[in-house]
Design a protein around this ligand. Structure first.
Ligand code: NAG
Ligand code: NAG
Length: 397
């Protein structure tokens, strides 16, 4: 009896440790993949505001890895930082359930596979898609391309609160299309400390040293986690969402034209986490533009630049385990549409306090407030539970 207990205890300890390891592997993989993809998307959109969700590209790549064999398989696992199939399955099941339970915010992921009529998913792939990635599967007639595109686009709109529209172009669907792998991520968080709408004013934003525009800029004065990084030559501010498990991190270069240098430094996937490890609570005055960014990213182009090439090559892709009885598959198009809007959110609820708050802050004893004036291009990242879900750059509005 004693022996039995002892063995049980040991195996629980081992599996708990394994889960931690798996989460760490995913976090490192996410950091690397996000840094790489951010670098490529930024290079493809010089001087433009961008937003991307590198995280949301990882589950479909993991799925495609599990459906492929040989070098095609290894190239994909390597790109997302996964050592083998077992860890991949464990990491993405764990991430899915953890993200969904993020406190205080809405965080939804969804996945669906559309398969051509008279074709079926390989049994094992169907099982892992359902169990690990929560993918629904549906057969459609790709010869009716406009109908199928409309159906897929409606599903995507539903999953993203209508923020992402027209993801699939009907012309991209051909008689050769055998399957579509579609996934979506939707996040909505309310600032733990809302910005008051009455405090928002048009203020100068230095797009470059020589170009100044006016943008609606939110203002708040409160306690936030903050640090100054010599390595990044930037100020870093973390603004939490309700629930304290998700936040948005803003990295503001010291120099007006420092964003390119910062982006270059963020190619090191550990750079931001390292800098953030020095964060501490401080009283701070925050000036932050409200903004909305939409970016369409040609993933086929970007992923090929990130050394994911076989998948897109009719000759070298080895998606042997995706469909039953059909191994001549490759990916011929891939696209991401991403959207972000940052505003005072929750300001309506706080509007009743407008004059009271304004008065109270000026009545407080004089106190030193660090200034975080985001009046020049900056980097931002939406994080939940150590995973970066979205990131981007604001260059101007
Ligand atoms: C993966 O898990 C399966 C079943 O649990 C096991 O048979 C296999 O040896 C594992 N493979 C690796 C590489 O760990
Ligand atoms: C600062 O960060 C710590 C650790 O993540 C957290 O517990 C704390 O609530 C944060 N403080 C603020 C003001 O956001």
């Amino acid at each position: 009896m004693k022996l039995l207990l002892c063995i049980c205890f040991l195996s629980i300890a081992v599996s708990a440790m394994a889960e931690q390891d798996v989460d760490q592997i995913l976090q490192d993989g996410n950091n690397k993949f996000t840094a790489k993809m951010f670098n490529e998307v930024a290079n493809a959109n010089k001087e433009k505001s961008i937003v991307l969700s590198a995280y949301s590209v990882m589950p479909p790549l993991a799925q495609l890895a599990l459906a492929s064999v040989g070098e095609s398989h290894d190239e994909l696992l390597n790109a997302i930082g996964m050592p083998n199939d077992n860890v991949t399955k464990a990491a993405f099941s764990s991430a899915n359930s953890k993200l969904r339970s993020t406190k205080g915010v809405t965080l939804q992921t969804a996945s669906k596979i559309y398969v051509a009529q008279n074709y079926e998913l390989n049994n094992e792939f169907a099982a892992v898609s359902r169990d690990t990635f929560g993918s629904e599967v549906k057969n459609v007639d790709f010869s009716k391309n406009a109908e199928v595109a409309a159906e897929v686009n409606a599903w995507v709109e539903d999953q993203t609160n209508h923020r992402i529209k027209d993801l699939v172009d009907p012309d991209a669907l051909t008689p050769d299309t055998k399957a579509l792998l579609v996934n979506a991520i939707y996040f909505k968080g309310t600032w733990k400390i809302p910005f008051q709408t009455y405090a928002t004013r048009d203020k100068d934003f230095h797009v470059t040293k020589n170009k100044v525009i006016k943008v609606p800029t939110m203002y708040n004065k409160d306690t936030y986690n903050y640090t100054e990084s010599k390595e990044l030559n930037a100020q870093i501010l973390e603004i939490p969402y309700e629930g304290d498990e998700a936040s948005c991190v803003f990295v503001l270069p010291r120099e007006v034209d420092g964003i390119d240098e910062l982006a270059e430094k963020l190619r090191d996937p550990t750079a931001l986490d390292k800098a953030m490890s020095n964060m501490h609570e401080i009283d701070i005055e925050v000036y932050l533009p409200k903004f909305k960014i939409e970016t369409t990213t040609d993933l086929k182009d970007i992923l090929q630049k990130m050394e994911i090439q076989r998948l897109f090559s009719p000759k070298n892709a080895r998606l042997d385990n995706l469909l039953k009885h059909n191994s001549n598959l490759y990916i011929d198009s891939a696209l991401q549409k991403a959207f972000i809007e940052i505003n005072e959110e929750g300001a309506e609820a706080a509007a009743a306090n407008v004059f009271g708050i304004s008065y109270a802050t000026s009545a407080i004893l004089p106190k030193f407030y660090q200034l975080f004036m985001a009046d020049r291009p900056f980097y931002f990242a939406v994080k939940s539970k150590s995973l970066t879900l979205f990131n981007g750059v604001l260059h101007g509005v």
